[in-house]
Design a protein around this ligand. Structure first.
Ligand code: HEC
Length: 141
């Protein structure tokens, strides 16, 4: 019995000693696991959008998330003549232009109107803006 206990203790000690000897690879993995989840994006800084396009830490937001964060202020109220999401009549002629045209207006904006490029969301990737346009159109027909 004593012998068994000693064997177990020795094994535990060996395992504990092994656990603190990390390889460089393990250290890198741990460092990447504990680094901050979110990264701060400043307006006009496209690095975060690039990171998400490259499949980096920042995951692409859904169309609904982008809409709620960046488009709703105008598109839920009609501010500045923005077509209101859910108002099928306001969207019919726009939808008739086709999704490519609407994606392009979302990304480049509509010159001479309150619709700025990307609705002013400069840290949104093109894909995120297109997803927001899809979300708006799906809820406006
Ligand atoms: C500051 C107000 C404002 C914000 C914020 C805004 N929009 Fe707009 N948007 C407008 C206005 C005004 C129009 C109407 C432009 C026009 O006269 O055709 C418009 C039109 C559009 C259209 C239709 C364009 C067309 O070709 O018919 C799309 C698509 C659109 N917005 C997408 C978005 C998306 C996506 C966002 C968020 C990422 C967004 N908008 C944020 C004001 C805004």
């Amino acid at each position: 019995m004593t012998r068994l206990v000693i064997t177990v203790l020795t094994l535990c000690a060996a395992m504990a000693a092994g656990a603190v000897q990390l390889s460089d690879k393990q250290r890198d993995e741990i460092a990447s696991r504990i680094k901050p989840v979110g990264e701060v994006c400043l307006q006009g800084d496209s690095s975060c959008a690039v990171a998400s396009a490259a499949g980096g830490a920042a995951e692409a937001r859904s169309g609904e998330e982008v809409y709620n964060a960046a488009c709703m202020a105008c598109h839920a109220t009609g501010a500045g003549g923005a077509p209101v999401v859910g108002d099928a009549a306001a969207w019919a002629d726009r939808i008739a232009k086709g999704m490519d045209a609407l994606h392009e207006s979302g990304i480049k904006g509509v010159p001479g109107t309150g619709m700025m490029a990307k609705g002013g969301c400069m840290n949104c990737s093109d894909e995120e803006v297109m997803a927001a346009v899809d979300f708006m159109v799906e809820n406006s027909q």
